[in-house]
Ligand binder design. Structure first.
Ligand code: G4P
Length: 190
């Protein structure tokens, strides 16, 4: 998606450790016009698929997840990373290890918000090691639903997540695919 790539080039900051900082439009401050356009683009790419619901994980996945769900005309549900005292009902849970933060989060969704027999689109802001997307897919399988695909804003394809999702057989649509961050510069995959 050209608009997203241009924004990454103009405002993204490459940090040591192959991290791309995009907090001026996606991860802290949010550019609503861009994010809504990203949701529309994901809806366009998955127009041929049956999608009953969008699933993402808090916090940064919610903005693009909402934009995609709005464009598709379906509900958005986001997995929670910490158990709330309000979560007294039965929930599906999966372990997600964060390589960047070196912690394992139990992500969970109330069973009520992930009905069985649906076709679910997983959406997230970043794809790096793929732990978040695979954990979300695990929740969908626990619910006896199927994964329609995975929609990602920024896909760091040089890290394992991209290939892990493809090898697992998931359809992957990424709006910006990064080949490398070598030399402190963003190189996109064509
Ligand atoms: P994964 O997202 O593919 O599972 O990979 P990883 O475990 O490496 O990612 C852990 C967290 O770091 C995720 O957010 C992910 O979105 C984020 N992340 C990974 N690489 C980058 C990067 O280059 N730039 C930025 N800005 N984020 C990156 P999270 O911990 O779930 O955080 P949040 O959603 O609560 O903000």
């Amino acid at each position: 998606m050209e608009q997203l790539k241009q924004k990454i080039l103009s405002e993204g900051i490459v940090l040591p450790g192959n991290v791309l900082k995009v907090d001026s439009f996606l991860n802290h401050q949010i550019d609503p016009v861009l994010v809504m356009a990203m949701g529309e683009e994901l809806a366009r790419r998955f127009a041929d698929a049956v999608i009953d619901r969008v699933l993402t994980v808090e916090a940064s996945g919610i903005a693009i997840g909402l934009a995609a769900a709005y464009a598709l005309g379906v509900p958005l549900v986001f997995a929670k990373k910490s158990k709330s005292v309000l979560m007294t009902e039965d929930a599906y849970t999966a372990a997600v290890y964060s390589y960047t933060k070196k912690v394992t989060n139990q992500i969970s969704v109330l069973k009520r918000f992930l009905p069985s027999g649906e076709s679910v689109l997983i959406v997230d802001d970043f794809l790096a090691n793929g732990e978040a997307s695979l954990g979300l897919a695990e929740l969908v399988h626990q619910a006896s639903s199927s994964v329609a695909g995975v929609g990602i804003a920024v896909d760091k394809a040089f890290q394992p997540g991209h290939d892990r999702l493809l090898h697992a057989g998931y359809r992957l649509e990424s709006l910006a695919v990064i080949e490398s961050l070598d030399g402190g510069r963003v190189h996109f995959r064509e």
